[in-house]
Design a protein around this ligand. Structure first.
Ligand SMILES: [Zn+2]
Length: 354
């Protein structure tokens, strides 16, 4: 009964996610107006909106104008139904199962919005992140709170740094424009100071640079050409300061993640919306999504990242796609890591003979 219930619930939620994917990027209300045929504008009745079945019964055409309906709609519904069904096999009926349903629903919406728009909307990435933190804090599920918080910061910090190094190499070590008051420069500073002085001090110094930038209206930062090359050096030299390499790495990722997620939140709610060029900080969509995965998966978010990179590279090679959004692959990695993360990790350790 429970798997059947989960399947039907998933199909219904998938139908709602179609609305979210279509309307959220346009800033339209999710509740109003009722669904209409995008071609003829005829209002759709209950019989036109039965997940998957309506599409099959109508043979993929609008009942009123005969215009073909995108197969995307039944695909999203069937995918969500299938994922909820899978979750029901892992989790018995209860609060935990419903939290997992929410996790899956957020990821489906994010994946398809990224496919359409190459953007991961802040309400969804931060919504998923705070939901994971809140549930961990209140229920100890999906993780003990500390693991959820650390996982979120370290995952976001890790991908933020990967992006930083990637950009530095792409620019051939020319210095990028520093965002005022906060941008990737502060993230890289936080990583360097966090490695040497611990996550708390690392974050505090970077927040100080942020505050000074806000105060003076010009970037108060160390150049990326300095902070990024010094970071690996700092990690290697950490043992001479009485820190283990892993402690230094942890401090670095925590501090970088704190700045990346706080900076992203600032840009999401910045007080004066300007119609100028999008700041670099807004390009952190994948970083925020991985931070959200960290809040749910802890350090298994890095497995999700690895799986996402692997799946994306494979898909890119197979279909010779150049410009691909990364969000769908991260979401896929997140789903696999949620259900099979531990099993995969243990299989990998056995493979190494550990
Ligand atoms: Zn129509």
């Amino acid at each position: 009964m429970w798997p059947l219930f989960a399947l039907v619930l998933g199909l219904a939620v998938g139908s709602f996610l179609n609305v979210v994917v279509h309307r959220l990027p346009r800033g339209e209300s999710l509740a109003f107006p009722p669904s209409r045929c995008p071609h003829c504008g005829h209002r759709l009745g209950p019989l036109d909106l039965v997940p998957v079945l309506s599409y099959l019964a109508l043979r993929g055409r609008c009942r009123y104008c005969g215009h073909p309906i995108s197969p995307r709609y039944p695909v999203v519904e069937a995918l969500t139904g299938g994922l909820f069904l899978l979750a029901s096999l892992f989790y018995p009926p209860g609060v935990e199962a419903f939290l997992v349903f929410l996790f899956l629903a957020f990821l489906v919406a994010l994946a398809f919005i990224d496919l359409d728009t190459f953007e991961l909307p802040d309400p969804l990435t931060y919504g998923l992140l705070f939901l994971g933190l809140l549930a961990s804090w209140a229920l100890g599920f999906p993780l003990p709170f500390r693991e959820s918080l650390d996982g979120s910061l370290m995952a976001a910090g890790g991908l933020g740094l990967v992006a930083g190094y990637g950009n530095l190499f792409l620019r051939r070590f020319r210095e990028g424009r520093a965002e005022v008051p906060v941008g990737p420069h502060q993230v890289h500073m936080a990583a360097l100071f966090g490695a040497l002085l611990g996550p708390g001090v690392g974050m505090a110094l970077a927040f100080l640079a942020w505050a000074l930038s806000a105060r003076t209206g010009r970037p108060v930062v160390l150049p990326d050409r300095l902070t990024l090359p010094l970071l690996p050096l700092a990690l290697l030299l950490a043992p001479t300061l009485g820190l283990s390499f892993l402690e230094a790495l942890r401090g670095s990722l925590l501090a970088a993640g704190g700045l990346a997620l706080a900076g992203g939140l600032y840009w999401a709610f910045r007080p004066y919306p300007e119609e100028e060029e999008e700041p670099v900080a807004l390009g952190y969509g994948d970083v925020k999504l991985l931070g959200a995965l960290g809040a749910w998966l802890g350090l298994y978010a890095f497995l999700a990242l690895f799986l996402g990179v692997f799946a994306g590279a494979l898909f890119g090679l197979l279909f010779r796609q150049r410009k691909l959004p990364f969000g769908p692959y991260l979401a896929l990695g997140g789903v696999v890591a949620l259900f099979f993360g531990e099993a995969l990790w243990e299989a990998y350790l056995r493979l190494l003979g550990l």
